[in-house]
Design a protein around this ligand. Sequence first.
Ligand SMILES: Cc1ncc(COP(=O)(O)O)c(C=O)c1O
Length: 384
Amino acid sequence: MQEPHDQRDNILTAVVDKKDKPLFTPGPLTTSSTVKQAMLRDLGSRDGEFIDVVKKIRAKLLQLAGVSQSAGWESVLMQGSGTFAIESVISSITPPEGKWLVVINGAYGERLLKIIECHEIAAEAIRCAENELPDPVAIQDALKTGRFTHVAVVHCETTSGIMNPIAEVGALAKAAGCVYFVDSMSAFGGVEFDFSACEIDFLVSSANKCVQGVPGFGFALCRRTALEATEGHSRTVSLDLLAQWRGLEANGQFRFTPPTHTLLAFARALDELEAEGGVGARAARYQENHETCIKGMRAIGFEEYVPADLQGHIITSFLYPTDNFDFEEFYDRLNNKGFVIYPGKVTKADCFRMGHIGHLFTADTEMLLAAVEDVVGEMNLSLV
Ligand SMILES: Cc1ncc(COP(=O)(O)O)c(C=O)c1O
């Protein structure tokens, strides 16, 4: 007969030791067992220990961006997936007469526009191909008209893996006197950039991307003066950014039930990011994953969709290698061998994607490549 605590320990061991398939996806991602373990607690949302966790997370997020509260920055945590945090910012910060210029080269840029339009806020888009960078002259010309109050762009457009020039767009937004919003969902924490130099007013990312936590909340890093200027603009109750910030500042608590377990995991993930050596070291690991992946995939006979000089190290889109390539079969065969990849999302080419972020290392990528090589053989694809 097992003692109750023995039974509990057995369950913990089973949970932590379970070897899940590595996720070569844009998130949710493979996380460390210690991040998963950090969730195995039940803390009350008004408990002092939990409130300290929230406080620490908010401070560390600013630190990651290289800014601080004393320098005029705030971090606001918002329940839900990353899109909820984006919707929170957009629907909370736009005055009734506001108008957005949205720079789009992929599905996540399109989603920003959809959110803006859903709230019946005025907007125009500047679009380019999904494997091209936006044209700064077109952005400048649009902004010169003086029609816009807000500018939005996606940092790493996870649709393709392309890395957008957020500093360049920020300089144009600033010169035009616009509020500047960056969707850095898949990049923040895994890509080095000078936050202050980018002229960002609001940046959004989420728990389950490059910080390597688990899903459950998103966060906005906000220039305090820009945030304070949004009084009365919120179009929702639950996603009210200013109210959420004021609640967190007043008593350290969320206004509504917080994802306590996710926050515990995230606090641990932030510690692990620091222990790894910070954003620079994490970016270097992802870069190595990415380089190993594309080198191996090219050798097998695959080709990337985005030109190499525009491609980031977060996720890579590979073109279907043949006209009659059966992605479902390719995916299933890889999955059966224990590797999870991701379908494509670009609109003008047939692609699939492989992510390089999460608790994954060169050896994981090498095992994936060996499995890809086997699957290519099994499917009789003659690629090289
Ligand atoms: C750039 C970008 N924006 C927004 C999102 C949406 O985030 P979520 O699926 O957490 O709502 C994603 C998700 O991968 C993303 O990569």
